[in-house]
Design a protein. Structure first.
Length: 95
């Protein structure tokens, strides 16, 4: 998925949890997965890590550094929003 820019999977009755491996979609700008049956939490592996020492974000590894739009409403997501999601430059978040 490392060349995928947009992924629209709304309303497809997708079940299960969101895979950490999607972090490799490092050019993904738009992810729409609303109106499914996805459970669990948004993986923190999708986003850059926060340096505990100074609060800056790392820039290494496979992360969704280009993600700007995340639509995941009307699922069964639970758990906290990952704190390192602050490292993403998301313009629109619909949970």
């Amino acid at each position: 998925m490392n060349h995928l820019i947009e992924l629209h999977l709304n309303g497809n009755r997708i079940t299960g949890t969101l895979p950490d491996s999607w972090a490799g979609a490092n050019v993904l700008v738009t992810l729409q997965i609303s109106h499914n049956e996805i459970s669990g939490a948004i993986p923190s592996a999708w986003f850059e890590e926060i340096d505990d020492g100074d609060g800056t974000c790392s820039t290494g590894g496979d992360t969704m550094i280009t993600l700007r739009y995340l639509e995941a409403a009307n699922n069964s997501l639970n758990g906290p929003i990952p704190s390192n999601m602050a490292c993403a430059h998301i313009n629109e978040l619909d949970l």
